[in-house]
Design a protein around this ligand. Sequence first.
Ligand code: TYD
Ligand code: MG
Length: 454
Amino acid sequence: MAKQSQNFICQACGAAHSKWSGRCDACGAWNTIVEEQPLSSGPAAKSLGTKRGKGMALTDLAREEAPPPRSSSGIDELDRVLGGGLVPSSAVLVGGDPGIGKSTLLLQAAASFARAGTSCIYVSGEEASAQIRMRAQRLGLGDAPVRLATETNLRNILTTLEAEKPDLAIIDSIQTMWADNVDSSPGSVSQVRAAAHELTTFAKRNGIAVILVGHVTKEGQIAGPRVIEHMVDTVLYFEGERGHQFRILRAVKNRFGPADEIGVFEMTGAGLAQVSNPSALFLGDRDEPQAGAAVFAGIEGSRPVLCEFQALVAPTPHSQPRRSTVGWDGGRLAMILAVLEARCAIPFSGLDVYLNVAGGLRVREPAADLAVAAALLSAREDVALPPHSVVFGEISLSGALRPAGQTENRLKEAAKLGFSTAIAPSQSKALAGEDMALRHYPDLASLVGDIFGA
Ligand code: TYD
Ligand code: MG
């Protein structure tokens, strides 16, 4: 039987299907499947004999010349997320919602790289050169030695790169790029993949680093950046709540550095400004301890970041109480509520629960469990936590508390910001610094008894 062709491609995840359907089985997205022309397959792989494609010893590699050093962008928060600067000939993807500030960040980075001696070309497929020039002037970058190109045809871009031989090419955005040998519309999975593949292989061969911008899309009419994540060395996502001026650049994959590192920026009238002390920013002005608030001593990547969890617990008029969370995983909230109910006999049925991380940070660390529980308990009992206290620790389903990594870093940062008490799992005590009082508990029930007298 002839092989069934799989021409229906999900624009969100890239999965191929043999027929159209309303929902993609692979990722669950609705209305994202579009018919695309397949790429013509190349000749079948043939053996080239024993000489070609020979392996080499790892020790031989060590004798080859050392790789050129990383180049600094001159923006510390960006360098940190890249793992200590841009690796020559590497490919970086910067994803994010439309309007979040990707073009602003990369134009600032381009100018900064160029001023630091990394020759840089900024290729825009979205804006006219006059628009880019206006933006650059507004950002105070009018005189930066960056080269600009407005182009969407891949062939022309490769020709430009070949002629100019920059150290770095920024492509804004990959969804507007279009390869004339691929028979589907710009922004489709085939086009985005082909363009990303061509650009990254060309760049690697020619010693050019590339930064690709990718819009995260909800409608599914254009392919999301996820379909090219595997082709690049480093994947960064630029995130933030629309209403907040804070933006977080997060490394989710990095072949040349730690993942999970974050860079914090503030969107101002004159572009993105670095925030070198994020803890102070996320905590804002706090004076009186309030019921329902718990300060979490967290770690983002390699650095400690303090932030505040805020909870509101109120009787519900509905049969199904609401569980609403911003900045924290909803499933993990449900788990903590269940542990409080089953292990500490504190029910939340009949109560609406709202949980929010102040400042627009998204917390993913399990070590925040205890801060979430403390905020919920404090809101429910209407009792504030001890003044100047921070909370951290993981909660297991049995109700036992597990120590979090990097306790010392968390305590140091908290002490630096004027906190004097840490509420944490028992095993943390060995590491406590002198200037922090540690209130440690083996399980959630003993914490509840001690702090809330319940
Ligand atoms: P932009 O970089 O165009 O977003 P993206 O490339 O991710 O789509 O940013 C657009 C938003 O940023 C826009 O709503 C205006 C705002 N902005 C500022 O607040 N200050 C500035 O200096 C600039 C250039 C943009
Ligand atoms: Mg843009």
